[in-house]
Design a binder for this molecule. Structure first.
Ligand code: NAI
Ligand code: MG
Length: 501
């Protein structure tokens, strides 16, 4: 199979697009303005569906529904055990609709259909099961108190109405990663999917109705960032915003919170993660991991190991393997299971990546393979590897969010650590070595929220995930994620005959 060639037309029957309206208070409704926007198939730039373009008025309606469901409805008052039953039913329904959901993300976002079926959608269902299991198992503490005549305890209460603003690179997983712990905590919510990939979120909304969530608990407002997204960020009646996306928009969301009601904010932002290969590594395995680490999901993944540092003793061997493997990496139709990756999400992202590739060439990096768009239809880009990249280059410093690898050589362990940390980001890092002392020293020295040793993308429902530095300020997945949607109340009272009575 040649690099960059698709294996022919998709054989899969495209999913029927059933849901294109906003989901507010348990009903699918048009946007107040009746405006719509086009959802585009990145394989060919064609319109798949016209989706309701929600704006401030629609966000107001959705927030009112969520506020009412939180302040007066059964959801936050129900036992965690009862909430878990409904959340588990939701997970059952997602599992029964794996094919359809995976197909929606494939046509909407150019994501591989077979990977969606094997990984994205089962993982989304898994998030709901994991947090269903947690819904009746979080609690406060009994306090010892420093004053012996006092008694105190804490309660963990749901934070209230949550706004979830989600990105386009993992539409289903991101939906689940945010919505599931918020539901378990007892929150109600307004979800805004990315304008590039609104379809699976609307399908989830439909399933949520069937699962039996009370009206107003889950609302979905499709629309643009600068309109619907901004209205969520500055809303006076939203208690918390959970956001995944670019660092620039993360900043805007913090500013909007600061100038509105000081809502709580959790941010999961960009990255420029290092992948370090040490001299004692198996060159073939290391190259395989580095390649997957950078090109999986067409490089549109915040934890992409896009800066690959190879120790000098093994450098040539690894480079040869990387180039050989990249040339065999098959880019094509997301419905063709022999392909490793599909088109970039949209024209804007496609052009952005190609402009970074041009920067790399002009800045003097050595292009080892790739470097071009594929075909004249759709947004396909060759897996691209640059060597001799230096720390002053734009391609070294900035998140590209595409299939572009920067390759560098290092000498000592200390130098490897210094290179790894030479970034404003701190999301993830990969280490390949068999030497436990190297592994321990390096993993403790890298300033990043997730370290993967002799593996990459080792996501797990039970493992907290999030960034240091400019990569964010929260943890998702695992029990830590519940804290994003809970607040602690301390209750104190005097015991009999206490002087504090
Ligand atoms: P973005 O940050 O603009 O979009 C993410 C979400 O934020 C979308 O739902 C969007 O509608 C919303 N949004 C945009 N502007 C907003 C605003 N002013 N207020 C509230 N919500 C707003 O990301 P974009 O433009 O799609 O991609 C640009 C770059 O961002 C990518 O090239 C990549 O580097 C990074 N990115 C990182 C992601 C991650 O997983 N950390 C995911 C998506 C993008
Ligand atoms: Mg699309």
């Amino acid at each position: 199979m040649e690099n960059g060639k698709s294996n022919g037309a998709a054989t899969m029957k495209l999913p029927e697009i059933k849901f294109t309206k906003l989901f507010i208070n348990g009903q699918f409704v048009d946007a107040t303005s009746e405006k719509t926007f086009e959802s585009i198939d990145p394989r060919n730039g064609e319109v798949i569906a016209k989706v309701a373009a929600g704006d401030k008025e629609d966000v107001d309606l959705a927030v009112n529904a969520a506020r009412h469901a939180f302040d007066h409805g059964p959801w936050p008052r129900m036992s965690g055990f009862m909430r878990a039953k409904i959340i588990n039913k939701f997970a059952d329904l997602i599992e029964q609709n794996i094919e359809e959901l995976a197909a929606l993300d494939a046509v909407d976002g150019g994501k591989m259909f077979h990977i969606g079926k094997l990984s994205d959608i089962p993982s989304a269902a898994g998030h709901f099961r994991y947090y269903a299991g947690a819904a009746d198992k979080f609690h406060g503490e009994t306090l010892k108190m420093t004053k012996p005549s006092m008694f105190g305890y804490t309660l963990k209460e749901p934070i209230g109405v949550v706004g979830h603003i989600i990105p386009w690179n993992f539409p289903s997983i991101m939906f689940a990663m945010k919505v599931a712990p918020a539901l378990a905590a007892g929150c109600t919510m307004v979800v805004k999917p990315a304008e590039q990939t609104p379809l699976s979120a609307l399908f989830f909304a439909h399933l949520s109705k069937e699962a039996g969530f009370p009206d107003g608990v889950i609302n979905v407002v499709t629309g643009f960032g600068s309109t619907a997204g901004a209205a969520i960020a500055s809303h006076m009646d939203i208690d918390k915003v959970s956001f995944t996306g670019s660092t620039d928009v993360g900043r805007k969301i913090m500013q909007a919170a600061a100038t509105s009601n000081l809502k709580k904010i959790s941010l999961e932002l960009g990255g420029k993660s290092p992948f370090l290969i040490f001299d004692d590594a198996d060159a073939d395995k290391a190259a395989h991991l580095a390649l997957i680490g950078c090109f999986h999901n067409k490089g549109e993944i915040c934890v992409a190991g896009s800066r690959v540092f190879v120790q000098e003793g093994i450098y040539d061997k690894v480079v040869n393997k990387l180039v050989e493997k990249a040339k065999n990496w098959n880019v094509g139709d997301p419905f063709d299971s022999t392909c490793q990756h599909g088109p970039q999400v949209d024209k804007k992202q496609f052009e952005k990546i190609l402009s970074y590739i041009e920067h790399g060439k002009n800045e003097g990096a050595t292009l080892l393979t790739g470097g071009k768009a594929i075909g004249d239809k759709g947004y396909f880009i060759e897996p691209t590897i640059f060597a001799d990249v230096t720390e002053d280059m734009k391609i070294y410093k900035e998140e590209i969010f595409g299939p572009v690898m920067c390759l560098m050589k290092f000498k000592t362990i200390e130098e490897g650590i210094k290179c790894a940390n030479n970034t404003k980001y701190g999301l993830a890092a990969g280490i390949v070595s068999q030497n436990i002392d190297v592994i321990n020293t390096v993993s403790r020295s890298i300033k990043a929220g997730v370290i993967w040793v002799n593996c990459y993308f080792a996501f797990d429902l039970d493992s907290p995930y999030g960034g240091y530095k400019a990569s964010g300020n929260c943890r998702e997945s695992g029990m830590d994620a519940l804290d994003n949607y809970l607040q602690v109340k301390a209750i104190a009272m005097p015991l009999l005959n206490s002087p504090w009575q």
